[in-house]
Design a protein around this ligand. Sequence first.
Ligand code: ADP
Ligand code: MG
Length: 351
Amino acid sequence: SSSMEPPKIHRLEESVVNRIAAGEVIQRPVSAVKEVIENSLDASSTSINVIIKDGGLKLIQVSDDGHGIRYEDLSILCERHTTSKLSVYEDLQSIKSMGFRGEALASMTYVAHVTVTTITAGQLHGYRVSYRDGVMENEPKACAAVKGTQIQIENLFYNMMARRKTLHNSSDDYAKIVDLICRFAVHHINVSFSCRKHGAARADVHTVSTSSRIDAIKSIYGASVSRDLMEVTASENDSSSLIFNMHGYISNSNYIAKKMTMVLFINDRLVECSALKRAIEVVYTATLPKAAKPFVYMSIILPPEHVDVNVHPTKREVSLLNQEKIVETIQTTVDSKLRCSNSTRAFVTQQ
Ligand code: ADP
Ligand code: MG
């Protein structure tokens, strides 16, 4: 009978497919900010300035002083799978840039209105052009521009009612964006970052290029964090080839916080590794119960072919070869550092 008839399968329209995919890459305003800042870093910028209106839903504006975008490339800039970073699949093994799949700008044009202003070295003027659904809305217009690129993302999720509603009810998106920029700034100490709300006179993050990581941490998180940090390093080799190399700063027994801060970069990518985070937290709880919520900055370098960067649509999690071994070695290093500092302190107070 008719109730047994299977529903007919049809092909989705490309615009529907693209919008669904875009909703996965750009989950919240902060994911858009991350993608755009990574593009600025990939373009060798030394200064990145962010302006946010209405938690990023009204406007995300990121201005950099990087190499800019060629006029000839503007027509395909926001199409899906257009990139200057990857050519053949094998490039993924050695890719140094944070982007690689030409998905971010395209995604934004499917869920927002994107305007790009850019100028390349040696040009007298720049170009401005707006995009929707992957394509230019008009020919690029000549305009005055300073070095680099400015991306404006307006009315994010204007065509995704449910997403817009749930985000409207949460007021913490601006805080998430500030937190993200702080993390980038701790790692990229040669780049100056700023972030402010649209119309605000004061920036909520503002860093200047420095050569000292501790100074960077001080200007971002304050002296109350930077004065209570200890340097940690660890590395491991396997018959002369590198397995991993870690350098970082971890808080000592004087640092008391409500929650753990873990700023982790693997091969210069801002990522999360819940296994490592947990392993470190366990050590603090056991060794420094009063300071059990640490501040941790770590930069881990691995052979690029040991990192799979393509496991998550937002590139937030990466998977590592030898992950268990690496986590264990770092855990042991942190443990002995804490025990050592604890006994020194006990020794000092005894005197
Ligand atoms: P991907 O970063 O994966 O290549 P995107 O969609 O993020 O993909 O960007 C597409 C291309 O646009 C990049 O490969 C790059 O050539 C160019 N681009 C994007 N943002 C900038 C920028 N701020 N400065 C210079 N070039 C940029
Ligand atoms: Mg990118």
